[in-house]
Design a protein around this ligand. Sequence first.
Ligand SMILES: C[S@@+](CC[C@H](N)C(=O)[O-])C[C@H]1O[C@@H](n2cnc3c(N)ncnc32)[C@H](O)[C@@H]1O
Length: 237
Amino acid sequence: MTDHYSVAVPFYDLWHDDGHVPDMREKLPSVLSGVRRSVLEIGAGTGRMTEVIAAATPAEIFAVEPSLGMRGVLLSRLADRPDLMERVTVLPYDALSVELDEPVEAVVMIAVLYTFSAAERAKLWQVLARQLEPGGLLVFNWRERPVAEPGELEQLDTYRVGRHDYEIWAQTLTASEELSTARFLYRIRHRGVVISEDEVVSSSHRPGLDALTAELTAAGFVPGDAPEGLLTWRLRK
Ligand SMILES: C[S@@+](CC[C@H](N)C(=O)[O-])C[C@H]1O[C@@H](n2cnc3c(N)ncnc32)[C@H](O)[C@@H]1O
């Protein structure tokens, strides 16, 4: 995996605390009610969702995070929380190479689905099915979205940190039903002057519900109920 996330790390919590994080904080706990023993979290990032899972369940958590930068913040977060240090194991792997010692009750994957191509997803569902106990729960976020339009570079957000402004800019470069590519600029300004700038070009896969249903059914999952913005599946018993 190319570690696009490293240059975005200083911006990550600033930006996503305005994005999917509050919505997931509200919706994830009810979906995880009843989970007691163990959760595998795919793409734990800086640990924002790890904290939500830990607050919603007493379960042991296996947090998979391949990006060194993101994992560094996750471990710093854990270091401030002795209660979490006891029950979160951080796995420095790609999701496709995870093999746990024993099956878990639930798998949670928030804001990660878009990183996998259709061929990678076919493998991912098989890997996750192997990590789940029969009847185990798979939760991830998904929404029907209109296809993005290629366009100009636009400023998405800016955050003041001390005397500096942290700016996030984005430009859709190409877009189709399943795949879009976008350019992101992460800028820091001091008194209006750019003192740091990093660029990332990344791809985003957006499978439709029909494609996901076919893939997950083939991998042995059956759909469950979920609040808007999330999908839940159970591994067939
Ligand atoms: C947008 S962040 C989401 C982080 C966290 N789940 C959250 O909601 O705040 C996507 C995360 O997925 C991780 N990721 C990307 N590809 C991955 C893969 N193949 N396996 C596991 N994690 C992956 C990235 O390193 C990044 O930390």
